[in-house]
Design a protein around this ligand. Structure first.
Ligand code: IMP
Length: 444
C-alpha cells in the first residue's frame, strides 16, 4: 500500500480536504506535514460541515489515526479548542497524535506577525495573523519552543525566559502591540501540556510503523505550491514547504517511501492575501465564480481573489511535486459561463514566457496570454462519469490534462463525497499510463 502525498497545485484552498475524504475508506493514517492553523480544511459529511485548522481531516473517520507531524507549527490553544469542538459533536479524538518535535506558536508570535505586517504597510504579505512566520523563524534560529517542552514546565520556563525579552523589545517598536510576562505564559503552557500530553507522540515512528505494516498513509499538504517558501512567489508566500518534498521532512518519511503524489487543483484559481496574480478577475464573471464557489477564507473569513486557470504555474507545480495524478475540483462552479479563458503563457516585457517565474517582481509584470473555450450551460452536480459531462466541459478537462501532462483521475462536481467522477486507476509513479485518450476534443 502506498504513501500518498496530497498537495495543492495553486495558492491553497484547492479542496485537499475533499481528496482525503474520497480516499478515506482505504486509508489508515492521515498526516499533516507543514503549516499551522493558518490552514483551513472544510469537509462536508452528509448535512454536517466541519472546518478544521490543525487536526487532519482524517479525524472524522473512526478507523483513521490523525497525525500532526514535526514540520507543523502548533498553536496549542487552537488545537485544544478544535479537539473540544470535535468531541462536542461526537467525534472521537483519541486517535489524534501530535509530534513532540513540532514547534509551538506562542501568543507573542501572533503579535509579532501583526506587528511586522503593520510595519510593511503597503507591502504587507497579507498573512493570516496566526504567527506562522515568527514561529518558523524561531525554529530556524534554534530558539523555538517545542511541544515536548510543554511537558516540562521548568524547562519551558527557562527557555521562555531566555527569549521573551527580545520578543517584547521587538513588539515595543510597533505602536499598540502588547507585552508578555514569563509567569503568565508559563502557566498557560503548563495547562496546554496537561491537556495535550495524551496526544503527544514520536510521530515519525508512528508513520514508519504504519508504512512497515503496509498501511495506506496519506500525507496531507496545507496551503499550496505557489505559497511555498522556496517555490512560490516570494515574498508573498507562507513560511513552510507545502510542496510534496515537504512531506518527507515535515512528516518523517524518506523520498523513496512516497509512491504517489496527487496534485489538487480547482478548475479556476483563487488566492488569499497580497501578491501578484496575473489571471485575477475583478469583473462580474469573477464575482460570479466567487459567489457560486463560496470563495471565502476558512481561517480569516477574507474574500478570496478569483481568476482564470493558470497553466503556466500548473506545469511548474506538476514538475516540482512530481505529481503522478490530479484531482480537479469545483468544475461545477464554471457551469453557466459563456466563454472560459485559460492562461497558457505570460507576456513579460513584450516576450512570451512559458515557465513560472517564482519571483514576485517578474510575476507582477506578467500579462496572461489566454486561450478561449466555449463554456457549458448545464448544471453538472449529478454527473458521475466523464462521458456524461457536457462536451465543452469534457474538452476543458482534456485540455487541462494535456497541459499538466499527467492524468486527471478525480473530478469533483459538488462538495459532497459522492459528487465525484472517478476515472481510470491512479498511476503510482509519475509518467506511467495515462487514462484513455480524449483526443479530438482539444482546440485546433
Ligand atoms: P501566513 O501563512 O499566515 O504567514 O500567510 C502567508 C500567505 O499565505 C498569505 O498570503 C496568506 O493569505 C496565505 N495563506 C496561508 N494559509 C493559507 C491557506 O490555508 N489558504 C490560502 N492561503 C493561505
Amino acid at each position: 500500500m502506498p504513501a500518498t502525498v496530497i498537495v495543492g497545485l495553486q495558492w491553497g484552498d484547492e479542496g485537499k480536504g475533499k481528496t482525503t475524504d474520497v480516499l478515506a475508506e482505504q486509508t489508515a493514517m492521515v498526516v499533516r506535514y507543514q503549516g499551522g492553523d493558518n490552514a483551513g480544511h472544510t469537509v462536508v459529511l452528509g448535512n454536517e460541515v466541519f472546518k478544521l485548522h490543525l487536526v487532519p481531516s482524517g479525524v472524522l473517520y473512526p478507523h483513521i489515526v490523525s497525525v500532526i507531524g514535526p514540520g507543523v507549527v502548533v498553536n496549542p490553544a487552537t488545537l485544544i479548542d478544535e479537539l473540544d469542538g470535535l468531541s462536542a459533536r461526537g467525534v472521537d479524538v483519541a486517535r489524534v497524535r501530535v509530534s513532540r518535535s513540532a514547534h509551538v506558536v506562542m501568543p507573542y508570535h501572533i503579535a509579532l506577525d501583526r506587528a511586522l505586517e503593520m510595519r510593511l504597510a503597503g507591502e504587507a504579505v497579507g498573512t493570516t495573523h496566526r504567527g506562522i512566520g515568527p514561529a518558523y523563524s524561531d525554529r530556524a534560529l534554534r530558539i523555538g519552543l517545542r511541544m515536548e517542552d510543554l511537558l516540562d514546565p521548568q524547562r519551558f520556563r527557562h527557555k521562555l525566559a531566555r527569549t521573551l525579552p527580545d520578543k517584547n523589545a521587538g513588539l515595543a517598536r510597533t505602536e499598540g502591540m502588547p507585552q508578555f510576562e514569563v509567569d503568565e505564559l508559563a502557566d498557560k503552557a503548563a495547562e496546554w501540556g496537561r491537556r495535550l500530553r495524551p496526544h503527544m507522540a514520536d510521530t515519525t515512528w508512528l508513520v514508519q510503523d504504519a508504512l512497515a505494516r503496509g498501511e495506506q498513509v496519506l500525507l496531507e499538504g496545507a496551503q499550496g505550491t505557489l505559497l511555498d517558501i522556496d517555490h512560490g512567489s516570494y515574498p508573498y508566500v507562507t513560511s513552510s514547504s507545502p510542496v510534496a518534498g515537504g512531506a518527507c521532512t515535515g512528516g518523517g518519511i524518506g523520498p523513496l517511501q512516497v509512491d504517489e503524489v496527487i496534485g489538487v487543483m480547482k478548475a479556476y484559481s483563487t488566492r488569499v492575501g497580497s501578491g501578484p496574480y496575473p489571471t485575477e478577475l475583478t469583473d462580474e464573471i469573477g464575482k460570479g465564480i466567487a459567489q457560486r464557489g463560496r470563495e471565502v477564507g476558512t481561517t480569516t473569513g477574507r474574500p478570496r481573489r478569483v481568476g482564470w486557470f493558470d497553466a503556466v504555474s500548473l506545469r511548474y507545480a506538476v514538475a516540482v511535486n512530481s505529481v503522478s495524478s490530479i484531482m480537479l475540483n469545483k468544475l461545477d462552479i464554471l457551469s453557466g459561463i459563456d466563454e472560459i479563458l485559460l492562461c497558457v503563457a505570460y507576456d513579460v516585457d513584450g516576450e512570451r514566457v512559458d515557465s513560472w517565474p517564482s519571483s514576485a517582481d517578474v510575476l507582477a509584470r506578467a500579462t496572461p496570454i489566454y486561450e478561449r473555450f466555449p463554456g457549458w450551460g448545464e448544471e453538472i452536480h449529478g454527473v458521475r462519469a466523464l462521458a456524461d459531462l457536457p462536451e465543452n466541459a469534457r474538452r476543458y478537462v482534456a485540455v487541462l490534462e494535456d497541459l499538466a501532462g499527467v492524468p486527471i483521475v478525480l473530478i469533483s462536481v459538488g462538495p459532497e463525497r459522492s459528487q465525484t467522477i472517478e476515472r481510470a486507476a491512479r498511476p503510482l509513479r509519475r509518467g506511467v499510463a495515462r487514462p484513455p485518450s480524449t483526443a479530438g476534443v482539444h482546440p485546433a
